[in-house]
Design a protein around this ligand. Structure first.
Ligand SMILES: *[C@@H]1O[C@H](CO)[C@@H](O)[C@H](O)[C@H]1NC(C)=O
Length: 158
């Protein structure tokens, strides 16, 4: 069981132009609590995500409190209620700039498309699609949590 260690090393590669994506039911919802900036959709292509391949992430939302330079995005990935992986990235250099925008993010509505590598590890399972519970938290440098979403994301291990 503990060989089921998923590492999704998020490496942005290129800015991808916006392509329409079929809506996926990942049961996207806001975390408990109050967060000023809402994410209204979060799509992946291909879906399920194929481990070892690039995945195009398409995220839309609304900004009420500006996202400042130095904001972080923290991903937590759970399987069977156990935390499997957690990592934190610089939100601006990881998501905003590769999507063709700049920080601070002050525009009311945002629509980002970014390609990220779903990196495999030697410990990954084979020939299986697994549904992971994920939490994504965006926090300003002053410590204020701006956005938090939870969703189930399917990863296909070839
Ligand atoms: C931000 O969210 C994290 C994770 O839920 C929490 O531990 C932290 O206390 C929150 N920070 C603030 C300032 O609310």
């Amino acid at each position: 069981m503990n060989n089921l260690l998923l590492v999704v090393l998020l490496i942005f590669i290129t800015f991808a132009s916006s392509t329409p994506m079929r809506r996926q039911d990942t049961h996207l919802k806001q975390c408990e609590g109050t967060f000023p900036n809402e994410i209204t959709s979060y799509g992946f292509k291909p879906y399920p995500i194929i481990v070892g391949q690039l995945v195009t992430n398409h995220v839309t939302g609304k900004v009420t409190v500006p996202v400042e330079e130095g904001a972080t995005v923290k991903h937590s990935i759970y399987y069977n209620n156990q935390l499997r992986l957690e990592h934190t990235e610089d939100f601006c250099s990881f998501i905003v700039i590769p999507s063709g925008h700049t920080c601070p993010v002050t525009s009311q509505n945002f629509d980002y498309t970014v390609n990220i590598m779903a990196k495999s590890t030697p410990n990954d399972p084979k020939n299986v699609v697994l549904d992971f519970f994920t939490r994504t938290l965006i926090t300003n440098p002053d410590g204020r949590n701006l956005t938090c979403i939870e969703q189930y994301v399917k990863y296909s291990f070839p």
